[in-house]
Design a protein around this ligand. Structure first.
Ligand SMILES: C[S@@+](CC[C@H](N)C(=O)[O-])C[C@H]1O[C@@H](n2cnc3c(N)ncnc32)[C@H](O)[C@@H]1O
Length: 233
């Protein structure tokens, strides 16, 4: 069921099937420990949310958390903020986090736009937006996460020189994102070849662990594209 909640800009599914008891228990017990308290102002130095982190990366819409967890384990000096309002995905991520206990993950279970507004300016080294909901119908394009408004928010939260990393298997959304970032003018597309956007092999980001949605797209015969944008100084 698609619905817009009163308290949030998020448009999408919050929940499908009921949670298993173990996942429900983690939502009650582990989530409050990892969840950012956005009712209070953000700390001026965002790295203080993490023990010994020297930078902070954000993943928007992490689904079941495979990419978030693997990145966090591979980069212990980076603090990772993961955002996912879909309860069934979030609870599956909590099961993985509970098993691996990475120590450098904090979570937000609501719209990523509001979270970006909460973050201190220039506090992020990277923003990952991986396989965002494609909203393929023309009348729904305005729901796509990549918009001038959200690019303003990403620009503000990123450090100058910080990276916005986008992946999608939907060709129209890839072209849309190139156009939106071009129009915004605060993002420089870091392309080593003119047709970089269409490259699968060698086109994925450094240390790329893949995502669950990407594996599904490849199984269905769709080709992923990977775009890297640098926030201009
Ligand atoms: C197609 S799924 C991809 C999940 C994951 N990134 C992957 O590649 O497996 C898109 C995810 O983005 C989340 N999402 C949609 N709008 C969002 C928003 N405004 N803020 C944060 N997450 C959002 C959805 O709940 C969904 O889990």
């Amino acid at each position: 069921m698609i619905r817009r909640t009163k308290r949030s800009e998020f448009i999408g599914r919050r929940k499908t099937k009921p949670l298993k008891p173990a996942a429900a228990a983690l939502m009650d017990q582990l989530l409050p420990q990892l969840k950012l308290d956005t009712a209070k102002p953000a700390p001026a130095e965002l790295t203080t949310l993490f023990n010994g982190a020297d930078s902070v990366f954000l993943e928007i819409g992490f689904g079941s958390g495979e990419h978030l967890l693997q990145r966090a384990e591979a980069n212990p000096a980076v603090g990772f903020i993961g955002v996912e309002p879909f309860v069934n995905g979030l609870s599956q991520a909590l099961v993985k986090i509970d098993a691996a206990k990475p120590g450098n993950i904090r979570l937000h279970d609501d719209d990523a736009g509001a979270l970006l507004d909460w973050l201190p300016a220039g506090s992020l080294g990277r923003v990952f937006l991986l396989y965002p909901d494609p909203w393929p119908k023309f009348k729904h394009w305005k729901r796509r996460f990549v918009s001038q408004r959200n690019l303003d928010r990403i620009e503000r939260a990123l450090k100058p020189g910080g990276l916005f990393l986008f992946a999608s298997d939907i060709e129209h959304y890839v072209g849309w994102t190139l156009n939106q970032c071009h129009d915004h003018q605060s993002f420089r597309w870091v392309a080593s070849r003119a047709n970089d956007w269409s490259q699968t092999e060698g086109g994925a980001f450094d240390g790329w662990p893949g995502t669950r949605y990407e594996a599904k797209a490849i199984r269905a015969g769709r080709q992923p594209s990977y775009l890297t944008f640098e926030r201009v100084e």
